[in-house]
Design a protein around this ligand. Sequence first.
Ligand code: GRF
Length: 216
Amino acid sequence: MAKLKVAVLISGRGSNLQALIDDCRAAGAPAEIVLVLCNEPGAAGLARATAAGIPIQVIDHRGFADRAAFDGALDRALAAAGAELVCLAGFMRLLGAGFVARWRDRLINVHPSLLPAFRGLDTHARALAAGVRFAGCTVHFVRPEMDSGPIIVQAAVPVRPEDTAETLAARVLEVEHRIYPLALRLIAAGRVRVDGERVVVAGAIGPPGPSINPQG
Ligand code: GRF
């Protein structure tokens, strides 16, 4: 079966990109990364793509008059690469409603909280301040409102009394690196359906761990 062609959009270090690269390289992987797009010329993640032999394109948002023009340039690059699915992986630009609508249910993001809790930035410091006992991360389809949209996979981790935002972020990041490839595999295998604002996953997921629950 043809592999799903995926583009990954990054702005920074690209550790989630690396997790996706590694998983797509595994034998029998149902997806391939055809392009890494980045809005920050110096982003460390670009070297990861280059090392893996994946084409990169830097589209610096500062070179565009407005969001629509920037989004249009992204669209053209994605079309030229033949991308069928877009993965946001630490991409720090808000995308316009037009772009999000064009890629509806073909645009996913990883966010370092158990959505709908703690949308936006500084999630780990806010989780600690709120005294929650569990933190985690979410892979979801993107809707125009920031960090919202149908949830594909979530993973929870415990919050420890001695945690700082940094130690909690590191614990959450580890599970981000597990659930982002899992979500991509589920989509690429055709097992994910959006029903209203909820995701239905076909079939059993297997035992990746009790705290990772893409629907039981
Ligand atoms: C991750 O924590 C991701 O959840 C958030 O931004 C961070 C990106 O990290 N959206 P990296 O660039 O993938 O290492």
